[in-house]
Design a protein. Sequence first.
Length: 561
Amino acid sequence: MIILGLNYYFHDSSACIVKDGILLAAIEEERLNRDKHTQAFPSLSIKKCLDIAGLTYDDIDHIAVSIKPTTNWSNKLGFLLKHPSLFVPFFGHHVANAYAKQRRFKIWKNKIWKNSKAPQVHFIKHHLTHVAGSFFVSPYKKAALLGIDGSGEWATTWLGYGDGNTIEQFSESFFPNSLGSFYESVTQFCGFKPNYDEGKTMGLAPMGDASVYLDEVDKMIDVDSKGRLKIDLSYFNFQYLIKDSYSKKFLTTFGEPRSSNGEFKDNHLNTAAAFQKVLENKVIEMCNILHKKTKADYLVISGGVSLNSVMNGRIVRETPFKDVYVMPAAGDNGTSIGAAYYLYNGLLKNPRVFVHDNPYLGTQYSNEEIKQAISGAKLKARYVEDIAAEASTLLEQGKIIGWFQGAMEIGPRALGNRSILANPTYPDMKDKINAEVKHREAYRPFAPSALVESYKDYFDLKVEAPFMLKVCNVLKDKQGILPSITHVDGTARLQTVNKKTNPLYHNLIYKLGEKTGVPVVLNTSFNIQGEPVVESPVDALRCFYSTGLDALAIGNYILEK
C-alpha cells in the first residue's frame, strides 16, 4: 500500500511517501522552491519523494491531506455571529483562501491522473494529523497526547490518549483561545515576524526578567480542569484577523513595540520573558491534567508550539512523565507524515510497524553529482577518504565549516547532514558565526551536538534528545568549557547523536573529542537568516561563498577559502 501524505493548506508545505507502513521519504517544499515557510502546493516535494522511493504517480493508492475544511463550522459561525464586522476578513481568510487551496489541489490531481484512475483522497482533521499521527510513529504503545498550535480548522489545543491503534479525545480548545496566537503576539511586539520567528522570541526571553510582567501575563490565560483554554482577548487583536495582533491595552501595559530593526529595550526583553514563562507554566498545567487522567508514563506533544524546546525541557524535568516524544517536524511541515499515518494506522487499522526515530528522509547526492557541481562552478576541491577526520582537524583549528552529507533532514532543526559546525570551546565563536556567517541578531544562541554515550558528562538531561527539541542545563563546571553553546541562562538546546542513526556525524564528533578532549560540536542550520536550509550541492556552494564560512565538507570533498 502506497500513501502520499500532503500538507498544502497551511504554511510549511510538505509531502511524504509511506509504503506498507514504512516512511520512505519526506521533504519540505521550501527546501526546493527556496521560499522559507512556503505555502505553495508541494508539487516539487511530491516528485522528489517519489524519486527517492523509486515510485511513480500511478503507484499511489491513497492521498492523505492534513486538513478537513468542513470541520468546526458551528464554532466558526458562532464566532462570526458575535463579531459581524469580521465577515469580510473572515470570508477572505477562511472561505476564499480555502477555495483557492482546494482548487490548486484539484488542478494538480486532474493533471497528474488525466488518463488514469486517481488515488482515493482522504481529508483528515488537522489536529489528528498532529497528535494521532505523531503518536502512531512514536516509540510508545500507550501515551498521553497533547497538540498545541495557532489553529487548525478552528481548534487550537487537543488533549487525549493513545493506546495501540486507538485514539481517545478528552477535550479541545477553539480559536481565538489559542496559545500559538498568544505567543505570536509577543513575537510581533518584539519586532519579529509572527507565525515565523517564534524561535527568536524563545531565544530572547532569557535576556529579560519575567517577574516584571509575570502576574499581568498570567492573568491573560486560564486553563480549566479539562485542560481547555480561555484567553483574555482585551489584550489582543489577532482574533480580528488584522495586521497588529496586539491591542492598545497590550501597548499600555507593556510599552512601545520594537521595530524590526530597532534596539531591544528592557520592556521588550521583560515582556518576552514573561510570555515565555507563562506559556511554559500553562502547558505544564495541561500536562499535569493529562497525567492525572491517563496515568501514562509517556507524553506525545505536537503542533507548532511543541517546537518551543525550552518548554519541552521543563516538561521533561517537572512533570511526572518519564519522557516526551516530539516528532522532528512537529509543526505543520510534519502533518503530511501525520496524515499518512493516521490513515494507515487509525482509519485503515493496519498494525503499527514504524518508529520515526530517523529524520534523514530527504534528498541525497553522490560524490559524482557533487563533483559535477563543483566543476560546473569552476571551483577547486580536494578529495579525502576520511571526511570526518579532515573536518575534525579543521574544527580543532577554529575553522567554521559547512557540513553537507547524506540525506537531508526533515524539520526545522539541522541535525548533522545540512549543518554549519564549529568548535564550541572557542569563546568568541557564537559572536563570529552570528556576525560573519548567519548575519543575524547577536544574542541568538547555537546548539550543541553531543555523543549519546557521553552527553551526560556535560548536560543535565536525563533522556535522549535526537531531534534537538529539549532544552537542558549545561553543567555548571562545563559552562566555561563550552562557552559558545551555553546561553545566557546556562542552558543549551541539545542534540544527542546516535551512531546507528548517523554514523558519519557521530564519527566526526568522536574524532573532534579525541583531538580536544570535548566530544561536543556547535551545530546550526546550513543557511543564512531568511533562507531555507540548503538542499543541493549548488545551494551549499552558493551559501559557502556568500558567507564567512572557512571551509565546506561536501561529500568526500573539501573546499577552503
